[in-house]
Write a protein that binds this ligand. Structure first.
Ligand SMILES: *[C@@H]1O[C@H](CO)[C@@H](O)[C@H](O)[C@H]1NC(C)=O
Ligand SMILES: *[C@@H]1O[C@H](CO)[C@@H](O)[C@H](O)[C@H]1NC(C)=O
Ligand SMILES: *[C@@H]1O[C@H](CO)[C@@H](O)[C@H](O)[C@H]1NC(C)=O
Ligand SMILES: *[C@@H]1O[C@H](CO)[C@@H](O)[C@H](O)[C@H]1NC(C)=O
Ligand SMILES: *[C@@H]1O[C@H](CO)[C@@H](O)[C@H](O)[C@H]1NC(C)=O
Ligand SMILES: *[C@@H]1O[C@H](CO)[C@@H](O)[C@H](O)[C@H]1NC(C)=O
Ligand SMILES: *[C@@H]1O[C@H](CO)[C@@H](O)[C@H](O)[C@H]1NC(C)=O
Ligand SMILES: *[C@@H]1O[C@H](CO)[C@@H](O)[C@H](O)[C@H]1NC(C)=O
Length: 759
């Protein structure tokens, strides 16, 4: 089992390119932990020497080595056989040897919805207050000419920054400025694992940090884009585009190509970013589930080093829809789920009987007249079943029947390519498409002909009309943007869910933020996903890839406000101030049907930027605590070494897993009554008293001692006990409650999740 494949976490956008699997030799990462070499040259020399001992000669070693990790930790990657890899693994200086695989990459009303304006308008915070914070973005690069990356009014590069502006195809030193302060790119891993970039047919790319996919431009501008008035996608979602931290600096690390990111490249980017002096690292990428354990996962290892150096890593949880699929779940990573905004993109259907049906899509095209309606299933090509034709797959529709018509198609599978169906209908002469998509109708897709997505109630009315009219006709209206919709937020239908399959005592994901239909900057050469393949400067896409940068931006604001806070303190501030209530004052539901949610949908809840700046109490922990946590989960010294890079022993009796000072409370195996401990640090100015308020999980009674915490000065730490007294077995499921410390102004809330195995 090696490092897993990492993918861009945008929902259903980057699935056009198929990976080719290389044959032997394979690409391995040789991880060697901390080092005491004086410089990079010395590391590279030593790497070549050790590699030469298995390849036979120094020249072979130089030919097979790809990356050298020399800054934040030591190691290298190389194309070698499994025998050679096994030999290397035997060296004392080698910590672990992993096969590098691929991950996938997983937008401006969203900031209004988060009431960010209030954050900046409140007395304390100036708009340029984040100019000292550097956010590293590991993604598909950046389109530097985008207005969102203008550095107008932003001061010179902070002195602490040690990064570089690496030049390459269509990327010069002039493409960096006081906004994009660093740019690097990594392709060796990708090319070693799936062939030269040039061999990818029909795709534009730049051998530089310049973004041809759009994804990296989108995430970077969501975090720290400058203020751009009148941004929209074909007039849809028109408004002022801005990042959450519009004066923060961006350091760009391009490690993803055509939606895929090689582990070895991502690790190299993390090595550089830690050394370059970033404050926050944002990763909208991850492996397909299941996530491998922390000891064999490049992002977990890289993020641990970042955490140790005081850098918060915020990463997306994935778009895998189902329970047990959340990725990037290590406790030293802030794991981000996706949720909806109070905004809809309606593209409604006007029927021949004057009824209007509600549909959703990103459709700028005006349909002048009504057209005949036909079901895909009634237009099957000869030899094709009606069912198969209903999905509007290629070569299933009879062109003579759909010519000039609006075709009604159905989703077969959640992962169907929606846009492709519109291409097929268009190729057959169809002029419009109505797509029945119960589970993802609110996700804004773009189509090549006027098209719209409908759900259950619209389907019933549509059928009733078609069944009663001899010549049913309809017209699809262009999109109108509707804001202030209710309920919002809701957990997005695609967002990956917990529980955490590796360390189930840690509730994951941790937090949710806007990830549905987000407008942000785009690469004008990335035309594949847009209406009629048109070039756009701003685009609307969805995914945990989009929610992650929202959280990274808030982390950047907290970091600028509390420069000395640890990554764990920033996580705590974000988590304990989150809300689980929507804009109708009910518990947040889950799209598409508003079904009941648990913390496995959104962790501690929906981000509340304003409250997160002054959380009152903080649950802090450091990297040693994280190691103790791993020890109590049974980690061996050699496993720990795989993470830290150095020989690391567990204490004789490590703190039990459930006492790890995490800002949420999880017990995956509650066998009878249990006392759990937490310690909070007070960050208010005046003396204060916080009182515990408890929501009991079903079948468990929770008692907190002491019930009040009295603080006299800032920085004071107090420990309290939470007694969990189960009286009903939960039959293999988690049951949920919460503990909230209240002082009349602040609510410091931690979800409680327990699995009662025995009372
Ligand atoms: C990239 O640079 C080449 C060579 O200078 C130029 O022909 C091409 O138009 C540039 N492409 C873009 C998208 O700017
Ligand atoms: C805003 O953009 C639209 C195109 O989307 C353009 O027609 C309009 O003139 C712009 N308005 C301003 C104030 O720039
Ligand atoms: C329907 O599609 C399935 C899967 O693509 C295929 O196996 C089957 O043969 C098709 N049946 C007909 C009648 O087209
Ligand atoms: C459908 O198949 C035809 C060949 O049968 C091909 O030319 C066309 O590009 C395909 N369309 C799509 C959208 O894949
Ligand atoms: C639906 O998607 C899943 C995951 O991509 C795939 O395994 C399955 O085969 C698909 N089902 C159909 C009917 O295409
Ligand atoms: C939502 O409701 C529709 C219509 O009743 C149903 O087809 C769909 O499966 C439901 N989806 C989920 C995720 O519950
Ligand atoms: C350390 O990582 C390597 C990956 O090559 C793995 O084979 C090994 O089992 C790991 N060690 C432990 C103790 O998990
Ligand atoms: C609960 O603990 C008791 C006593 O240690 C043990 O006998 C029992 O097997 C445990 N039950 C479960 C479900 O783990």
């Amino acid at each position: 089992m090696g490092f897993t494949t990492v993918l861009i976490l945008t929902f259903l956008l980057f699935i056009g390119y198929t990976l080719v699997n290389g044959s032997t030799p394979k690409h391995y990462i040789i991880y060697m932990g901390d080092h005491s070499h004086p410089n990079t040259e010395s590391v590279i020399r030593a790497n070549h020497e050790i590699l030469a001992s298995v390849t036979g000669s120094l020249s072979d070693a130089k030919a097979t080595a790809l990356h050298h990790y020399s800054k934040s930790f030591r190691g290298f990657s190389a194309m070698i056989t499994s025998d050679q890899a096994n030999k290397l693994a035997e060296y004392d200086s080698v910590v672990s040897v992993f096969e590098s695989k691929m991950s996938k990459l997983h937008t401006t009303h969203s900031w209004d919805f988060l009431r960010l304006g209030i954050v900046y308008n409140s007395n304390h915070i100036a708009m340029d207050s984040t100019s000292n914070v550097i956010v590293g973005v590991i993604d598909s690069g950046v389109w530097p000419e985008s207005e969102s990356f203008s550095d107008y009014g932003i001061g010179s590069v902070p002195e602490k920054f040690k990064g570089e502006c690496v030049t390459g195809d269509n990327f010069t030193l002039a493409n960096c400025n006081n906004k994009i302060i660093g740019a690097r790119f990594y392709s060796k891993g990708f090319e070693a694992e799936s062939g030269p970039l040039e061999d990818v047919v029909g795709k534009v790319f730049f051998r530089s940090a310049r973004d041809s996919d759009g994804h990296g431009t989108h995430t970077a501008s969501t975090i720290a884009g400058s203020i751009v008035v009148n941004a929209s996608l074909f007039g849809i979602a028109k408004g002022t585009a801005r990042g959450g931290a519009p004066s923060a600096r961006l350091s760009i690390y391009k490690a993803c190509w055509f939606g895929f990111c090689s582990d070895a490249d991502v690790l190299s980017a993390m090595d550089d970013a830690i050394h370059d002096g970033v404050d926050i690292l944002s990763l909208s990428l991850g492996p397909n589930p299941p996530q491998p354990n922390y000891f064999e996962d490049a992002v977990s290892v890289g993020a641990f080093h970042a955490f140790q150096k005081g850098i918060l890593v915020s990463a997306s949880a994935g778009n895998s829809v189902f329970p047990r699929t959340a990725c990037n779940v290590a406790p030293w990573i802030l794991t981000v789920a996706a949720s909806t905004l109070d905004r809809e993109f309606s593209s409604n259907i006007y029927l021949g009987n004057s009824k209007v049906l509600k549909g959703f899509s990103l459709n700028p095209i005006k349909m002048e007249h009504s057209h005949g309606l036909i079901h895909g299933s009634s237009a099957a090509a000869s030899g094709v079943s009606a069912t198969n034709a209903s999905f509007c797959k290629n070569n299933t529709l009879d062109p003579t029947l759909i010519n000039g018509k609006i075709v009604i198609c159905t989703i077969e599978n959640f992962t169907d390519k929606r846009q492709e169906k519109s291409i097929i209908v268009k190729q057959g002469g169809g002029v419009g498409m109505i797509l029945i998509d119960h589970n993802a109708k609110e996700v804004g897709f773009q189509f090549v002909i006027p098209s719209t997505l409908i759900g259950q109630d619209a389907v019933e009315e549509l059928e009733a009309y078609i069944n009663t009219d001899k010549n049913p006709i309809a017209k699809i209206y262009p999109t109108i943007t509707v804001v202030g919709t209710k309920p919002a937020p809701e957990a997005a239908a695609f967002s990956s869910m917990g529980p955490n399959i590796i360390t189930p005592d840690i509730i994951k994901p941790d937090i949710t933020g806007p990830g549905l239909n987000i407008l942000a900057a785009w690469s004008p050469v990335a035309t594949e996903a847009t209406v009629e393949q048109r070039s756009v400067d701003y685009n609307i896409i969805s995914g945990t890839s989009m929610s992650c940068p929202h959280i990274s931006a808030v982390a950047a604001i907290i970091k600028s406000y509390h420069p000395t806070w640890s990554p764990a303190a920033i996580m705590s501030a974000i988590m304990t101030t989150a809300t689980v209530i929507d804009n109708t004052n009910h518990l947040i539901g889950r799209d598409p049907n508003g079904t009941q949610t648990t913390p496995f949908d959104y962790g501690s809840g929906h981000i509340n930027p304003l409250a997160s700046l002054n959380p009152g109490l903080v649950y802090d922990f450091d990297s040693q605590d994280a190691l103790d946590f791993l020890c109590s989960n049974g980690a061996s010294p050699s496993q720990l070494k795989n993470i830290t890079g150095e020989l690391t022993q567990c204490q004789k009796s490590p703190t039990p897993s459930y006492n790890f000072n995490y800002p949420s409370i999880g017990v995956s195996n509650l066998n009878g009554s249990l006392s759990v401990y937490r310690t909070v640090t007070y960050y208010g100015q005046e003396p204060a008293v916080y009182v515990a308020s408890v929501e009991n999980p079903s079948g468990v009674s929770v008692k907190v001692t002491p019930v009040g915490l009295k603080f006299s000065k800032t920085g004071q730490r107090l420990t309290f006990r939470i007694d969990l007294i189960p009286f009903k077995n939960s039959n293999g499921n988690f049951v949920f409650g919460a503990l909230t410390w209240k002082n009349g102004r602040q609510n410091v809330r931690s979800p409680i999740g327990v699995n009662v195995v025995s009372i």
